[in-house]
Ligand binder design. Structure first.
Ligand code: FAD
Length: 348
């Protein structure tokens, strides 16, 4: 289909689409097929919310940041940062089945219980397939624990929920592409067609190295572990150079990262944001001197906004999260990792 529509020519055709879903759920033109964003019908608009929300379309980062964050907090490597913490959920039930320390799960449950949010757009595994999910209870949040390295268009679910206008305080969880798109929505580029963006109440970012091609990853993983025996997958910090698969019986197998790198999606290679800079709070794996065996049960957490600071303070007061001292040089280490991803993206 020949088109002047920029989203197609500048993003889809250039293999830069992250499949975040920000362009979906608002009109009949964009949809999803087998994990890929597809343009279903021709559209002759030269502009539209789909283009304006897409995290891969050009935007003025300084202006968008200034609209939502205190410039005094901004660090060139990790973005707005009011503080960096090492935390995990105080509830072992959250940690069990979570990706790392269960911090995201614990914060979402707290925000729901306190009425700060009334729903959250999360990732849910439907068998092998990840899908966007609107969680409205603690049980729903628990059912969505863990990380999906295959990216589902969860923001399509957000757009549908905003349009329906049933939930007025929605949290969004996602990697950098998804949280950037969410702030583009919050900026209301077309104020008369804002899709109830004010109903977005909280944004939690996930640190992200990259997402993976699922068919390729399944094929690779199956060489080592039957797929129905896999309980969990994770990628430890770069010095371990591995993808670790944990079986349901608790045993682990380590795959050399050289076998995984070819499966990184082209769209992720162009991403320069490891820590999800557009978010109230961003969360990744713990990085301390204790080694991965300990760190994988903890999270590093960046507070970026006043809203994020208040939520973390509440979690502290109510004993929802456990805190551990951040080792000296912790922020510098994270900054180096974030700068590494940025430099790689620039080279790409
Ligand atoms: C593709 C990907 C790459 C990542 N790469 C890194 C990395 O390089 N370094 C690092 O430190 N951390 C990385 N993370 C973040 C890490 O895996 C954990 O999500 C984070 O540490 C929070 O852990 P937790 O135990 O608090 O999460 P949980 O308590 O298990 O909660 C995680 C929440 O995230 C939601 N979620 C999971 N996957 C997705 C997704 N694809 N899109 C939107 N929401 C999702 C879940 O529904 C759940 O609500 C990555 C995450 C993803 C999804």
């Amino acid at each position: 289909m020949l088109s002047t529509f920029a989203l197609d020519s500048q993003v889809l055709k250039k293999d830069l689409c992250t499949s975040c879903g920000a362009c979906q759920g608002m009109c009949p033109y964009w949809g999803n097929w087998n994990g890929r964003t597809v343009w279903l019908f021709d559209c002759d608009r030269k502009e539209g919310r789909c283009q304006a929300f897409c995290p891969r379309m050009p935007y003025d980062k300084t202006a968008l940041r200034a609209k939502f964050f205190d410039p005094a907090d901004t660090d060139p490597d990790v973005g707005p940062c009011k503080g960096l913490y090492l935390v995990r959920s105080a509830d072992p039930a959250d940690r069990d089945g979570a990706q790392h320390g269960g911090t995201v799960t614990a914060l979402l449950k707290l925000a729901l219980a306190e009425g700060l949010i009334d729903a959250a757009v999360l990732n849910h595994m439907n068998g092998d397939d990840p899908e966007g999910f609107l969680a409205a209870s603690a049980e729903d949040v628990m059912a969505c624990r863990g990380s999906s390295f295959r990216i589902a268009p969860t923001l399509a679910k957000l757009n549908e929920a905003l349009k329906a206008d049933e939930y007025k305080k929605i949290a969004v969880v996602g990697t950098a592409c998804k949280t950037l798109a969410t702030y583009k929505m919050l900026a209301k580029p077309y104020p008369d067609r804002d899709n109830n963006a004010d109903n977005i109440a909280l944004v939690i970012g996930l640190f992200c190295g990259w997402g993976l091609d699922w068919d390729g990853l399944k094929e690779l993983a199956a060489k080592y572990v039957p797929l129905d025996e896999i309980a969990h997958m994770d990628i430890p910090p770069s010095k371990y150079h591995s993808l670790v698969i944990r079986r349901k019986d608790g045993s682990e197998v380590s795959i050399d990262l050289d076998e995984v790198i070819p499966l990184v999606r082209p769209a992720c290679k162009a991403c320069d944001d490891m820590t999800a800079e557009f978010a109230d709070i961003s969360v990744g794996s713990g990085r301390s001197a204790d080694g991965w065996d300990v760190d994988k049960g903890w999270n590093e957490l960046i507070v970026r906004s006043e809203k994020g600071a208040k939520l973390l303070q509440l979690a502290k007061e109510k004993g929802i999260l456990e805190f551990k001292d951040m080792p000296e040089g912790g922020l510098d280490k994270l900054k180096r990792a974030a700068a590494g991803k940025r430099n790689k993206a620039v080279r790409e």
